[in-house]
Design a protein. Structure first.
Lengths: 334, 334
């Protein structure tokens, strides 16, 4: 097995507030292998975006604090200096964001913004960088790339801008691309195109992708492995087939059930009752217990640990305390 | 862009006509007879009438106004009642003095104000931020005359560092060519007097520049704070860009749009509002010129002086509008 591109161990990101230090991401572990697409799934507010910002070293200081280990190229990024992080950002780890409409600077041309990373990290001159930018725009499937580099973001549609964002992130051929809800703000047809593009780039360049999303359809389409997060913790992890065919954690089950199925006509769509707890509001036990249909007394007082299964799946749930293999509680859940 | 500029300039004509009209009547609404003032208390009624006839003040107002307007279009601003010289010849040295002082004041205000605002926003809630904003608050609330007198008292009298009044070393004057002394001294190759002129400009420049500086600093800070929270700043950071460039390139250009408006307005205000500073520092500027004309009921001078200031004000606003388009590509003039 090849070395993981990034290996996160016990990552804990907390923010100082008036009510004390509140952990938003709580001791999570995961790794991404070269060329792999890892999906991170969860509802809004479960700590997905904070995880990605922690990896980029962009958690706002001094209010935010990142602890644990983020191993990348043998360095622990949580301890890396700002100048070291700057050399990694945009060069070895790049990121694309949810809002293509506001993620590009309105007062600089596309070309200017695309070439910046090359000029920072590779010290290329303007001409050389611009040629590469044009090439990159073509690679992400944008027409008339030569003219596009002289245009401003407001002249582009949302889908085009997200392509520009992807081109911008990929221009230095990073080892890892973090995509934070890259398709959420786009039309469905454009979404498919963008996902297709990311898949293509992933195959061509062998860049690993950490895909953050709340859309299980996107995960099924793109990812090899999935990490399900709930309230700052990983509740389930496994390869995409096991997770979809055989979800174990009641939260994952709920998530999958809440995807509407065209073949079945229902009066109401399924939704998990309740809301994601506010960070810092849960103290003891399983974070999902208040919303869980299978909650037991134990769930409210003791925090379960991630229990591994033979097929590589891991679950944080008391239901599986004694379970050896998959399937035991399937009937109980569905 | 060119056609927009031309159209904007032509649209200034009605504005300036209106200005001329308002000024013409407001001055005549002030009680007091110019002929009486020129001839003194002892003047006979017949001599006053004779002078009024000579000055053309006995004719109906519309004749006077049309004649005045006709003159303006030929570059004739009328004749001073007091000095009997054409105002168009007389006004420039005064205007030049004010322009020189205002430009220096604005340069001081912009350089210090913009940078203080930027650094305050960059290090929000730091000691620099607090100090700068308290100073800015003091700056906007400071009466100019008090600041000017304090400068003279401390810097000139106590420390003997800089001259108290005037524009240059009057014992050894330089031949006036443009009446902008900074330029005249250099044209004459007189470095010693050039330095003298700068020394004379510092104190009134600071006195006049303090309020705009404080306003610009506060405006820059709030504008920068807003911009620095935006998504595209996060994108710029994710590229691995140095914070300095994130602030001074990506943030500043966006944040300058409202700041440019304020700078334009403040520059316009300085031209007319320099009278206090001019009086304290014995600065022979346009404010002093008009002030003296008012106490003398020198109608043509008041009219033309105000008209000249208004014209400059309107032109500055035009420049501001054109600057918007230069900064923000989303603004396109059709």
């Amino acid at each position: 097995m090849s070395h993981p591109v990034i290996d996160v161990k016990g990552l804990r990101t907390s923010f100082k507030t008036d009510d004390g230090e509140i952990p938003v991401v709580n001791s999570i572990d995961f790794h991404i292998k070269p060329g792999e697409v890892l999906g991170i799934v969860g509802e809004s507010g479960c700590g997905k975006s904070v995880t990605s910002l922690s990896l980029m070293g962009l958690v706002p200081s001094p209010t935010g604090k990142v602890e644990g280990e983020i191993l990348f190229n043998g360095d622990n990024l949580t301890r890396a200096s700002e100048s070291k992080m700057r050399k990694i950002r945009g060069n070895e780890i790049a990121m694309i964001f949810q809002e293509p409409m506001t993620s590009l600077n309105p007062v600089f041309t596309i070309g200017e913004q695309l070439t910046e990373a090359l000029r920072i990290h590779r010290n290329w001159n303007k001409k050389k960088a611009l040629a590469r930018a044009v090439e990159m725009l073509k690679q992400v499937g944008l027409p008339r790339a030569e003219e596009l580099v002289r245009e401003y973001p407001h002249q582009l549609s949302g889908g085009m801008r997200q392509r520009v964002m992807i081109a911008m992130a990929m221009i230095c051929e990073p080892k890892l691309l973090i995509a934070d809800e890259p398709t959420t703000a786009l039309d469905v047809t454009i979404q498919a195109q963008i996902l297709e593009l990311m898949k293509k780039l992933n195959k061509e360049t062998d860049t690993a992708i950490m895909l953050i999303t709340h859309d299980l359809g996107v995960v099924a389409e793109m990812c090899q492995r999935v990490v399900v997060m709930y309230a700052g913790r990983i509740v389930e992890e496994g390869d995409v087939h096991s997770i979809f065919r055989n979800p174990k954690h009641p939260y994952t089950v709920g998530l999958i059930q809440s995807v509407p199925d065209m073949r079945v006509k229902k009066d109401r769509l399924y939704s998990i009752p309740g809301n994601v707890p506010k960070p810092g509001s849960i103290q003891l036990g399983c974070h999902f217990a208040p919303r869980c249909p299978h909650a037991m007394d134990r769930c409210l007082t003791e925090t379960p640990s991630l229990k591994p299964f033979e097929n590589g799946q891991q679950v944080r749930c008391w239901l599986y305390e004694d379970a050896k293999g998959a399937g035991k509680h399937d009937s109980a859940i569905s | 862009m060119l056609s927009y500029t031309l159209r904007r300039i032509s649209s200034l004509i009605p504005v300036l006509l209106g200005m001329a009209f308002i000024v013409f009547f407001m001055i005549r609404a002030i009680p007091g007879d110019p002929a009486q003032l020129i001839l003194g208390q002892q003047a006979t009624k017949s001599s006053i009438e004779a002078l009024n006839k000579e000055l053309g003040l006995d004719r109906p107002w519309h004749t006077q106004f049309l004649e005045y307007l006709g003159g303006i279009f030929q570059g004739d601003l009328g004749m001073s009642l007091k000095t009997k010289t054409p105002i168009s010849e007389e006004i420039w040295p005064y205007l030049a003095a004010t322009i020189e002082l205002s430009v220096v004041a604005m340069i001081i205000a912009i350089i210090i104000g913009v940078n203080a605002g930027i650094i305050s926003a960059w290090f929000q809630n730091s000691w620099f931020d607090y100090t700068a904003m308290v100073l800015a608050l003091i700056g906007v609330s400071m009466p100019i005359f008090w600041l000017g007198l304090m400068e003279q008292y401390i810097v000139s009298l106590q420390w003997d560092l800089l001259p108290t009044t005037g524009r240059d070393n009057i014992r050894d004057p330089v031949e006036a060519i443009t009446h902008l002394y900074l330029i005249d001294t250099l044209l004459n190759g007189r470095v010693d007097q050039f330095i003298e002129v700068i020394r004379h400009l510092i104190l009134p420049g600071i006195a006049l520049g303090t309020i705009p500086m404080a306003i610009i600093a506060r405006m820059t800070r709030s504008s920068m704070l807003e911009v620095m929270r935006s998504d595209y700043i996060r994108t710029a950071r994710a590229k691995g860009m140095k914070m300095f460039w994130v602030v001074y390139k990506h943030s500043l250009k966006n944040a300058m749009i409202p700041v440019v408006t304020v700078i334009g307005l403040q520059t316009g205000l300085l031209l007319g509002g320099a009278i206090l500073t001019e009086t304290i520092f014995g600065w022979p500027g346009i404010g002093t010129y008009i002030y003296e004309a008012i106490s003398y009921r020198d109608y043509p001078v008041i009219q033309s002086g105000i008209l000249v200031i208004a014209t400059i004000f309107v032109l500055i606003n035009l420049v501001v509008d054109l600057l918007y388009a230069a900064i923000d590509p989303r603004i396109k003039y059709k």
